[in-house]
Ligand binder design. Structure first.
Ligand code: ATP
Length: 220
């Protein structure tokens, strides 16, 4: 493989249950790089957040900011390492909660400034921005099926039917978010059409598509 000497990082993005963690493993294996995963089960704030979003949006996002920076710093020493979630999507969740009156605009502004400062390129520090963002698009139907199948207690509609509206809303925010994302090159994968986990042909197609993009931006 003709690798560039510079360090490069790939990040996955997309709604809950889109398949980010699965594609992260598949892609890192394919590229011979390291995968980084967000630890959902050991997250002490997520169950609290799902019970009381008004109270815990700020804390959850501060927690994530810290965790994601740890991952970015760890990945920043290697070539084509893959992160299963982009830091930029957190703003989308927070923004949606402000629009819906769940979070306070001042909290959002403080969080936004903190994130800008932490992500700023500063001489002597490794660059924190990704080199490629991969967005997995899924429909509400696929999202709900995956959430149900995976069975994480706090995400289930049975215990909180109001979550359906929350998930619907999230999807409405995701498409425009991806369209306006301009921090790095980006590519979208149709997660409804391509079953890259259980169908080998689909997986090969998705990996080829990503390889082409990596070649185009000079990372392969
Ligand atoms: N910034 C955030 N604000 C609110 N909730 C968040 C935020 N980031 C992640 N979450 C929640 O954390 C949980 C894990 O989300 P995420 O989409 O990263 O992983 P996932 O569902 O395992 O994805 P995949 O199946 O695509 O790997 C979800 O319940 C999601 O709603």
């Amino acid at each position: 493989m003709n690798r560039k000497s510079v360090i490069t990082v790939i990040v996955l993005s997309g709604p809950i249950g889109a398949g980010k963690s699965s594609l992260t493993s598949i892609l890192a294996k394919h590229l011979g790089s390291t995968a980084y995963y967000e630890e959902v089960n050991n997250n002490p704030v997520l169950p609290l957040y799902y019970k009381d979003m008004k109270r815990y949006t700020f804390l959850l996002n501060t927690y994530f900011l810290n965790k994601r920076l740890e991952e970015i710093n760890a990945a920043a020493g290697n070539h084509n390492d893959v992160l299963d979630r982009s830091i930029y999507e957190d703003l989308l969740f927070f923004n949606m909660n402000v629009d819906n009156g769940v979070a306070d605009p001042t909290e959002y502004q403080i969080y936004h400034d903190l994130m800008d400062n932490m992500m700023e390129d500063v001489p002597g520090n490794p660059r924190k921005k990704p080199d490629l963002l991969i967005y997995i698009h899924v429909s509400l139907d696929t999202m709900l099926k995956r959430i149900g199948k995976r069975g994480r207690e706090f995400e289930q509609l049975d215990s909180n039917p109001g979550l359906k509206e929350y998930y619907q809303n999230l999807l409405r925010y995701y498409e425009p978010w991806y369209e306006q994302y301009d921090v790095s090159p980006k590519i979208a994968i149709d997660g409804d059409k391509f079953d890259f986990v259980d169908n080998q042909d689909d997986q090969d197609f998705v990996l080829d598509t990503i390889d082409s993009k990596l070649r185009e931006i000079g990372n392969l």
